[in-house]
Design a protein around this ligand. Structure first.
Ligand SMILES: [Zn+2]
Ligand SMILES: [Zn+2]
Length: 227
């Protein structure tokens, strides 16, 4: 049996970038390291309602704001040895569904303006062209609804957010029926919500693209209900 020894968080939010988070990036990194994780993917909210009106200040300002939490986490991680990886939780106009995105780089964000103004089919095509994964977060948490599986790579089948009813068993069935990648995440926004889920890998991913490849090839094991 392959040993899945590297434990990562795939869904967490920093207070610097996500208004709903009360967890500064530096504290998030410290707590995840203390909880025995090897890495965290920072998936701050990336959507017009969080970024505010950037039409005047421009896309690069929106990206700067979005990256603030990741960058603070990355510095803290470099100092203590926790791997910090860039992800996003994106939402498109006209829907309240959220999508976790893996495989991102800062360069890709900077060179592709107004990504969160797309719709799911066109973002999925963009993801396909750039090696990204689009994973629907908590598809059965109200008011979310499961999206067209033709435009999804995967589903968050376990969401560990204790303040929401995510109907994880429905998410698992939806993923299984449609042959989608099944991931788990804590959706951590608070210091008492660190580490309710993890994904374990047999080798240590160093980049967002590494995460996307390992998830795409099913080279991982989800772990849930850690607390
Ligand atoms: Zn949030
Ligand atoms: Zn989230």
């Amino acid at each position: 049996m392959i040993h899945m020894e590297y434990r990562y968080e795939l869904h967490c939010h920093t207070a610097q970038t996500s208004p709903c988070s009360q967890l500064p990036a530096e504290e998030l990194v410290r707590l995840y390291q203390a909880a025995g994780y090897d890495g965290v993917v920072i998936t701050d909210h990336f959507t017009a309602s969080v970024e505010g009106n950037c039409s005047e200040t421009g896309w690069q300002t929106a990206v700067d704001r979005f990256l603030a939490g990741y960058e603070a986490a990355n510095s803290a991680g470099a100092a203590c040895g926790l791997t910090v990886i860039l992800g996003a939780e994106i939402r498109f106009p006209g829907s309240l569904n959220d999508y976790l995105v893996y495989g991102l780089t800062e360069q890709l964000l900077r060179e592709n303006e107004w990504l969160y103004e797309k719709d799911l089919p066109s973002f999925y095509q963009f993801a396909e062209n750039n090696g990204l994964l689009v994973i629907q977060a908590h598809p059965f948490r109200e008011p979310c609804t499961p999206s067209d599986p033709r435009y999804l790579h995967g589903v968050e089948v376990f969401n560990g957010h204790k303040g929401h009813c995510s109907h994880n068993s429905c998410a698992l069935r939806f993923a299984q029926e449609n042959g989608l990648i099944e991931i788990a995440g804590s959706d951590c926004h608070y210091n008492y919500a660190v580490g309710t889920a993890a994904v374990c890998f047999s080798r240590r991913p160093q980049s967002s693209l590494d995460i996307a490849v390992l998830l795409r090839t099913n080279d991982f094991q989800p772990e849930t209900n850690r607390n």
